[in-house]
Ligand binder design. Structure first.
Ligand code: SF4
Ligand code: MG
Length: 324
C-alpha cells in the first residue's frame, strides 16, 4: 500500500533579511525531510515555534513549493498545477478560528466556500451539504445565519472543521487546531477530531508544540528541530522510550513524572536558536544535556530504531558511544 502522502527529501529555503539594513541570508526552514503518512494514520508533528512545522504544513497543502525534493499523493508526484486537485483531497484546519474565519460572512457562507470555489453542486445541494456537515461537527442548523463573532471559540473551531470536511478530503492537516482554546474545550475538539477520523477514515497530520495534545490522537510522532525530523516513532514508543535528548526534554516539560515512564534527565535550557544561523554539528548541541565534544562538529545521521529513526550520536555505534 503506497502512503497517502509522502515527502521525499524535501528542503525549503527562504531568503530573509534581518533588520532593515541586514544582508539577505538563506533560511532553511525544512532540511531534507522525508515523511510518510499511511491511510488512516495520525502523524503528530511536534516542535517549538520556528522549527519549520508550519512551513511543512504549507508544502503539504501545496501553498509553498519545495526548493528541492518531492511531494507524493498516493504515490503520484505533485506538480505546481495540481493545486486544485490537491485541495479536494487535502484540507487544512488552522490554529486560530478567530482569524481564519471571515467576520463579515455568515457561517453558511464560510462553510460552503470550498464548494463554491471548486464549483461543486448547485445552491440547493450546497445548502444541504452545509446542514449535514454542521450536524456532523455538533452544531445546530440555526447557526447558518449567524456570524463568527456570535460564537464561542470552540464553536468557531467546529465551523473551521466543518469547512475543512465539506470537501470530503482524505487528509486533514491540523496546524495547532486547539492551541487557542481553553483546556476543557480543547479536549472536546480533540474528541471530535478523533470521532471524525473513525467515521470517515481520515488521515491526519497533527501539528502541535504540545506533546500531551499529540499523545491523545496520534498513532506516530515526528519530532522536529530546526528543520530536521530528529526522531520518529510510534506514539507508544516515543512516550515510553524517547531516545533523542530533545524528545526527552519535550516530554519532561509536559509530563509530571509517572512510575514506569522513566524519569526525564533533560530540561530545555537556553533559548531556541536563530534558524538563520543554526548551531554547527548537531543543531541541538547548545541545549543538550548529553552533548559530547564531537556533537558541535559532526551532524548526526538518521539511525533506524524499532519503529522509526533517531538522529543523535548517542545511538551511533560507529562513534563508539553508549547504545540504548
Ligand atoms: Fe545531544 Fe549530541 Fe545527540 Fe545532538 S547528537 S542530541 S548534541 S547527544
Ligand atoms: Mg506555527
Amino acid at each position: 500500500d503506497a502512503p497517502v502522502l509522502e515527502l521525499r527529501n524535501v528542503t525549503k529555503t527562504y531568503t530573509v533579511k534581518q533588520g532593515m539594513f541586514g544582508e539577505p541570508k538563506p533560511l532553511t526552514a525544512i532540511n531534507d525531510v522525508s515523511l510518510k503518512l499511511g491511510r488512516g494514520e495520525v502523524l503528530g508533528l511536534v516542535g517549538e515555534s520556528g522549527c519549520g512545522k508550519s512551513t511543512l504544513a504549507k508544502v503539504l497543502l501545496g501553498l509553498e513549493a519545495p526548493s528541492s525534493g518531492e511531494v507524493l499523493v498516493d504515490g503520484e508526484r505533485l506538480d505546481g498545477q495540481d493545486r486544485r486537485k490537491l485541495a479536494r483531497r487535502i484540507q487544512p484546519i488552522f490554529q486560530d478560528p478567530y482569524s481564519s474565519l471571515n467576520p463579515r460572512k455568515s457561517i453558511a457562507d464560510i462553510v460552503s466556500l470550498p464548494l463554491r470555489v471548486h464549483k461543486v453542486g448547485d445552491a440547493a445541494s450546497r445548502d444541504r451539504a452545509v446542514r449535514e456537515i454542521l450536524d456532523i461537527v455538533g452544531l445546530p442548523a440555526r447557526v447558518m445565519n449567524t456570524y463568527p463573532s456570535q460564537m464561542s471559540g470552540g464553536q468557531r473551531q467546529r465551523v473551521a472543521i466543518a469547512r475543512a470536511l465539506i470537501m470530503k478530503p482524505e487528509i486533514v492537516i491540523c496546524d495547532e487546531p486547539t492551541s487557542a482554546l481553553d483546556v476543557s474545550v480543547q479536549s472536546q475538539i480533540l474528541n471530535l477530531l478523533g470521532d471524525l477520523r473513525q467515521e470517515f477514515g481520515l488521515t491526519y497530520l497533527f501539528i502541535s508544540h504540545n506533546l500531551a495534545v499529540v499523545e491523545h490522537l496520534a498513532t506516530r510522532v515526528a519530532v522536529m528541530y530546526l528543520g530536521r525530523i530528529v526522531e520518529e516513532a510510534s506514539v507508544g514508543e516515543l512516550f515510553d522510550t524517547p531516545r533523542h535528548p530533545y524528545s526527552v526534554a519535550l516530554l519532561s516539560s509536559v509530563l509530571t513524572p509517572e512510575p514506569g515512564r522513566g524519569v526525564p534527565d533533560t530540561q530545555l535550557g537556553a533559548v531556541f536558536p536563530n534558524p538563520i544561523d543554526p548551531p554547527s554539528g548537531c543543531h541541538f548541541h547548545p541545549r543538550c544535556a548529553r552533548a559530547m565534544p564531537h556533537c558541535a562538529q559532526v551532524a548526526p545521521r538518521p539511525l533506524p530504531t524499532p519503529e522509526g529513526h533517531v538522529e543523535c550520536h548517542l545511538y551511533d555505534d560507529s562513534r563508539g558511544r553508549a547504545v540504548a
